[in-house]
Design a protein around this ligand. Structure first.
Ligand code: BTN
Length: 334
């Protein structure tokens, strides 16, 4: 889809300016050279420098000499991602926003407009990030990874939710590779560290009765947040809080996309059994956990008893009946 028709998308030349400054970090580059290399006027360069500063990028101007970056920003520019993801399904169409309402909303729009499989929508900040069950997803600027992937798998609609679990597994591996943390997975879509949520996945799809048209897998990871507002502080955490160190969002993202692509290809080739088996093996919630399942105002308690073939959670209720949980919230019960 033509980039210009997506309001708020990061201007290609602004992204090029950021790449140029990053690749020459701490070296002063003249305004004239920047203007020449990215094809804009010198006064436009100055305007963009101001815009980048407003976005938290520390660009310094040296009178008469030019501009330089004080510190390399951990911004997920499309150019850097494309370079790092050459040859990958996700390296072709990267849509980057400094600010948007929801990357899932943008990706759904792209899906309806016929965008091919593999498009990645990324935002540094979301003003209306969507969580599961109509909840909001807090998306502090440049602190987390807020990303949506557009997929066009040949799957029946009932199988699409397995992609949520698969994405959780990919994110878990990426985090374990990059930090000393190995998150637990709570069915269907939570990544937990020390019982607190560090990530979540929201899958949305457009389908005919027997065939998926496209699926949007939205992944939110709390990476470098130092605290969470109000109530959220008791249930949410970030990789930085849990490790005590900042984590590179770019490195984590590249690893996540590589893991996701491998897992996705395996899933399409070998079917869902691998996903459900692996989920059962690594999630402390999949089997033998006492839980409360809440759906709207109704709720019950029981013991988890594995996953069904389509990835739905089985729970043996206290009255002995084994039920399949299709939707609803699962929480540990004591
Ligand atoms: C949840 O656990 O409730 C799911 C959270 C999913 C959040 C991500 S952030 C990127 C993508 N865009 C959205 O609006 N939501 C998802």
């Amino acid at each position: 889809m033509a980039q210009e028709s997506l309001p708020g998308i990061t201007d290609r030349r602004l992204a090029a300016l950021l790449t140029l400054l990053t690749e020459n970090a701490t070296i002063v580059i003249s305004g004239a050279r920047i203007a020449r290399e990215i094809g804009v006027s010198r006064s436009m360069v100055w305007q963009w420098v101001r815009q980048l500063r407003g976005l938290g990028v520390r660009v310094r101007a040296q009178r008469g000499a030019g501009y330089f970056l004080e510190r390399v920003p951990d911004i997920l520019t499309p150019d850097m991602l494309r370079q790092r993801l050459k040859g990958s399904l996700f390296g072709k169409h990267v849509y980057h926003f400094f600010k948007t309402d929801s990357t899932n909303r943008v990706a759904l729009e792209l899906g309806h407009a016929g965008e091919p499989e593999g498009a990645v929508v990324l935002a540094e900040e979301q003003t209306a990030g969507k969580g599961r069950a109509g909840r909001a997803w807090q998306s502090e600027r440049a602190a987390g990874i807020y990303m949506s992937l557009l997929l066009r798998p040949r799957l029946a609609p009932v199988q699409a939710p397995l992609l949520t679990m698969m994405a959780g597994l990919s994110a878990r591996t990426a985090i374990a590779t990059h930090t000393e943390l190995t998150p637990d997975l709570k069915w269907p879509n939570d990544l937990l560290v020390n019982g607190k949520k560090v990530g979540g996945i929201l899958t949305e799809m457009h389908a005919e009765p027997s065939q998926v048209r496209f699926v949007i897998v939205g992944i939110g990871l709390n990476v470098n947040q130092e605290k969470f507002p109000g109530e959220l502080g008791t249930t949410a955490s970030s990789l930085r809080i849990e490790t005590g160190k900042p984590v590179s969002r770019l490195e984590l993202l590249v690893r996540l996309l590589r893991e996701f692509e491998n897992d996705y290809n395996r899933f399409l080739r070998e079917g869902p059994a691998g996903v459900t088996r692996k989920f059962e093996a690594v999630s402390s919630y999949a089997q033998g956990k006492r839980v409360r399942v809440t759906n709207g105002t109704a709720s019950f308690t029981g013991m988890t008893a594995g996953l069904g073939p389509e990835g739905l959670l089985l729970v043996k209720r206290d009255d002995g009946l084994v039920v399949t949980v299709i939707s609803g919230d699962v929480a540990e019960a004591r």
